[in-house]
Every structure is written in structure tokens, then in C-alpha cells.
Design a protein around this ligand. Structure first.
Ligand SMILES: Cc1ncc(C[n+]2csc(CCOP(=O)(O)OP(=O)(O)O)c2C)c(N)n1
Ligand SMILES: [Mg+2]
Length: 281
């Protein structure tokens, strides 16, 4: 397989120079590097500029609701835990309306890879503040500046039980490809928060700004407190890479019903719906 095998032929409609191109490229290259094929992968998309990737990526896909991609992905994984399940979502999506699902999936260590296109803005709806917009940022919805503190997604994921917590940069597609491979290969919940410049609505954290500040973490912490401390480093220097990684059983590994085969392989013929309804309702 080559990267173009994962393309549909539809041309992206993102703005010229958008960080989404780098994430799309890295994801296709990660599929190639993992030597995987289209039918082994399901991508669940949120609603936002990032979600337009559904039209350009040639794998199985589900276009879900804004904020609700993570539970859909957990459902796909439970139905067939042999699939690789990737979630393409935005910062508004995942850290705003859907943040409860992020916490639940991290707590359950569901084996899905959540790639957040973090442009610190609601892109598709043309530039309102998101939970990662910095305090004081002037946007369409906050003309006097954001009042709230920004959410720290990496620390939030670590304290919620996520077993692979990382940050990538859309401007370094080789490093991001490797990070995505590591996230998909990791058994358990993996978060990849990607710094994704939006050149149209978020003018501060552009490619030049980020390139100057970014440095690569040497290795993942095993100690949660040390990892959380690193996640608060966001000023002169901005770390990217894996902040925290831990080996522990994923959600579906702990279901004895799935030891032998997947849910979709189980025969339905002996199931008596009436008796089940009597038992549970
Ligand atoms: C349930 C629901 N709530 C709100 C919206 C409106 N909406 C569409 S996209 C969006 C924000 C997108 O921002 P983000 O998730 O950061 O994605 P981006 O466009 O920046 O990639 C919102 C609020 C919606 N479509 N559905
Ligand atoms: Mg966004």
C-alpha cells in the first residue's frame, strides 16, 4: 500500500496552508508504515473542519455528531476488537461538548486512538473561542477576550486513566506519522493532541511561532505526577512527543465474552429476544 491508496480522489476543501493537510498526510503515511489495509481500519469523524477528512480518506468511516465521536468509536471497537479504530476530532468537539466522553473512554482504557486537531478555535463555524483558546484571546464569540482558563487536555487525560498521552505538531509530518503509529500500536486509550495551525481564524499560534518553541521529549514518563508537570510547560518552550505511557489491559481485553472471538462473529441464532427482554426490563 502507498499513501495515495488511502485517498478517495476528492480534493480537500481546507483553506490553503491549513494544518489539517499535515495531519491527513501523516495519517496516510502511518497506515502505510503499519502495513495495514483499508478494511482493517475504521475512522470515526467529528463535526468541524477536521471532519471533512471523511471525504478524502479511503478507509471505513463513520461521520458522527459533534462531540460524540468517542463513544461511537468505543462501540465499533467493542463490536469488532480486531479493527484499528481511529478518531479524527477537533478541540471544540472533544474538549468542549464531548469532554465527558473523553474522560469515560480514558477511564475505561478503550483501545482507540483519538487524534485531536487542536487549532484552539471553532474553525468550521468561523472562529469562535474553544476550550483551548488562551485566556484573553479575542474571537468572534469573545470580543473582549476569553475569560476562562484553557483546558489542559493532556493532564486531563492522564488523571482520567489514559494509558498513552501525547502531543504532535501538524508541521512535522514525519514525527507525527511515527506518533500516530505508536498510538495505534499501543493497546489501550491513546490521545494524540495535535497542534494544528488555523491560518484563517487563529493568528497567534501559526507554523513559525510553533516551530520556534517546539522541542521533542526524549521519552515517555511512567510517573503520572512527572508527566502532568510536563504538560504545564507552555511558554518559551513547548514539548511534543509522548508524555505518559503505561501498559495495562484495554477495555475489551477484560471482557471474558470476547476471549474467543469478536462480538460480530458470535452466532445470533440461539438468542431469544423475548427472554432477554424479560430478564432485563
Ligand atoms: C451537536 C452540535 N453542536 C454544535 C454544532 C455546531 N458546530 C459545528 S462545528 C463546531 C465547532 C467546530 O470546532 P472544532 O471541533 O474545534 O473543529 P474545527 O472546525 O476547528 O476543526 C460547532 C460548534 C453541531 N454541528 N452539532
Ligand atoms: Mg478547532
Amino acid at each position: 500500500m502507498e499513501a495515495h491508496d488511502f485517498e478517495t480522489g476528492h480534493k480537500p476543501t481546507w483553506c490553503p496552508g491549513c494544518g489539517n493537510y499535515g495531519i491527513w498526510q501523516s495519517l496516510k503515511n502511518a497506515f502505510v508504515k503499519l502495513n495495514t489495509s483499508q478494511e482493517e481500519i475504521v475512522v470515526v469523524y467529528g463535526i468541524g473542519c477536521h471532519g471533512n477528512m471523511a471525504n478524502f480518506l479511503n478507509v471505513y468511516g463513520v461521520g458522527s455528531l459533534h462531540g460524540r465521536s468517542i463513544p461511537v468509536a468505543c462501540g465499533v471497537k467493542m463490536a469488532n476488537h480486531r479493527l484499528k479504530v481511529v478518531v479524527i476530532v477537533g478541540d471544540g468537539d472533544t474538549y468542549g461538548e464531548g469532554v465527558n466522553h473523553l474522560l469515560s473512554a480514558a477511564r475505561g482504557n478503550h483501545d482507540i486512538t483519538v487524534i485531536v486537531h487542536n487549532n484552539e478555535i471553532y474553525g468550521l463555524t468561523t472562529g469562535q473561542a474553544s476550550p483551548t483558546s488562551e485566556k484573553g484571546t479575542k474571537t468572534k464569540s469573545t470580543p473582549l477576550g476569553v475569560i476562562e482558563e484553557p483546558l489542559n487536555p493532556l493532564a486531563t487525560a492522564i488523571i482520567s486513566g489514559a494509558s498513552f498521552v501525547s502531543r504532535g505538531f501538524a508541521g512535522d509530518t514525519d514525527a507525527l506519522r511515527d506518533l500516530i503509529c505508536a498510538g495505534i500500536e499501543h493497546s489501550g486509550f491513546s490521545l494524540i493532541d495535535v497542534l494544528q495551525p488555523c491560518l484563517t481564524f487563529e493568528k497567534v499560534h501559526n507554523f513559525d511561532f510553533l516551530r520556534e518553541k517546539i522541542y521533542k521529549l526524549e521519552k515517555a514518563e511512567k510517573d503520572k505526577e512527572a508527566a502532568i508537570k510536563k504538560t504545564f510547560e507552555w511558554s518559551e518552550k513547548i514539548p511534543v512527543g509522548v508524555f505518559y505511557q503505561e501498559e495495562k489491559p484495554a477495555f475489551t481485553d477484560q471482557l471474558p465474552q470476547l476471549k474467543e472471538d469478536t462480538l460480530v462473529e458470535k452466532p445470533l441464532k440461539d438468542i431469544k429476544i423475548d427472554e432477554l427482554l424479560k430478564e432485563f426490563i
